[in-house]
Ligand binder design. Sequence first.
Ligand code: NAD
Length: 488
Amino acid sequence: TMAHSKALLVLENFIGGKFVPCSSYIDSYNPSTGEVYCRVPDSGKEEVEAAVKAAKYAFPIWSSKSPLERSQILNKLADLIEHDLEAFAQAESKDQGKTITFSRTVDIPRAVYNFRFFASSILHHTTECTEMATMGCVHYTSRTPVGVAGLISPWNLPLYLLTWKIAPAIACGNTVVAKPSEMTSVTAWMMCKLLEKAGVPHGVVNVVFGTGTKAGEALVCHPDVPLISFTGSTLTAQRITEKSAPHCKRLSLELGGKNPAIIFDDADLSQCIPTTLRSSFANQGEICLCTSRIFVQKGIYNEFLKRFVAEAKKWKIGNPSDPTVDVGALISKEHLEKVRSYVKKAQAEGARVLCGEGVDSLALPTGNLKGYFMLPTVITEVKDESCCMQEEIFGPVTCVVPFDTEEEVIERANSVKYGLAATVWSSNVGRVHRVAQRLQSGLVWTNCWLVRDLNLPFGGMKASGIGREGAKDSYEFFTEVKTITIKH
Ligand code: NAD
């Protein structure tokens, strides 16, 4: 309309190798200014139908290519994204609100690496074989791609998490219909522009943009999509499970967390404090692996708290495109309000807010006054039963509480519905092993955080998910196995 002073970026769906416009669109905001700057297709059944059809058509062609041919195409795509790394990083920062430093050093390099990693790992899988001499038989297993994979990703690490699904799915020979979050669709659309040049045949990767309830659900309910790989909230996963049940679909669910950090008296605080600040506040606390419950042993509790809060106050908030900024904007106005409401609830219960929201003043550049910003916030004197200690907040808010014994802290760390990631800080190697073994958590990092080897399984226990992703795990998820017996 006339009211828009600047031209809006308008995205189109990518179906069968072509960009196709949609009949209706959703407004997408720049979280650091609060302005609408982009329009995202509001796809539904019709668009999903077309994308699934294109993916089905491409499946026999793509699945019959050798792993080496697919590997070369994935490597080419990685090179092309890497060539445009800066443009992708700027787009991700603008679309999501994250700092340019984070998108430059984490999001986009990892998206590139996801393609390179699966381009390599797909070449190294072997299947099993057993011999049954007395029966004159050999048995072996054979793995084949499943068909059209439905991929649904969240807004916090947009291209990073979407490519973590696309890469293994197509490396294994499947074709895909992907639906990124309606709030962060730009980098997926940019990637589509590179597919042809990389040599990805038409229809192998289709991207349908739109909301979860319309486009997402159409994909989940489509009878010709036998597997769904989903990363997002536990609530949405329940809905997807219900909706896909009549079709008995194969599901991989990577969900929320309420991740503890357990810090013993003998922890090296010079390592622990900066890492725990990052694990609490990196990407505005909008990472499923972020720490939000910090348990500190009594002997160092006061010292830890004092140093942690002093350091948290140093994090610079401001325009995400400024490379000196540490804290960008949260994804949306609604999400900001939700995160803030948790701080209010904690205060109403008698907890103390030591820094951040409501305590320190937020000084923003004039261009960012309408952005969705919030300071790193540390809460203490909060009960384990409080919603701030039980529910996923998914923002720059962390709670710090004291503990006495190893036994006690394990029980308290496990007393939430989630089980995604945990960190343990101690210089006693026996203790580190004991605690790691007993934590109900899909990932345990001791004396570090977010150090990943993509070969190994990633995923959560309890309400944090079903299934694992990784070199072997993704290969198993994205292929069907068959046992064949040969009698001679
Ligand atoms: P969300 O569940 O609201 O949305 C995720 C995706 O699902 C989006 O693309 C959305 O459009 C779609 N969706 C929503 N409703 C749907 C429906 N009924 N059917 C099909 N698709 C639907 O999650 P979010 O707010 O985008 O992301 C934040 C959540 O993701 C947090 O809970 C976070 O912990 C979790 N997360 C988990 C991991 C992990 O690896 N375990 C990684 C990142 C984020």
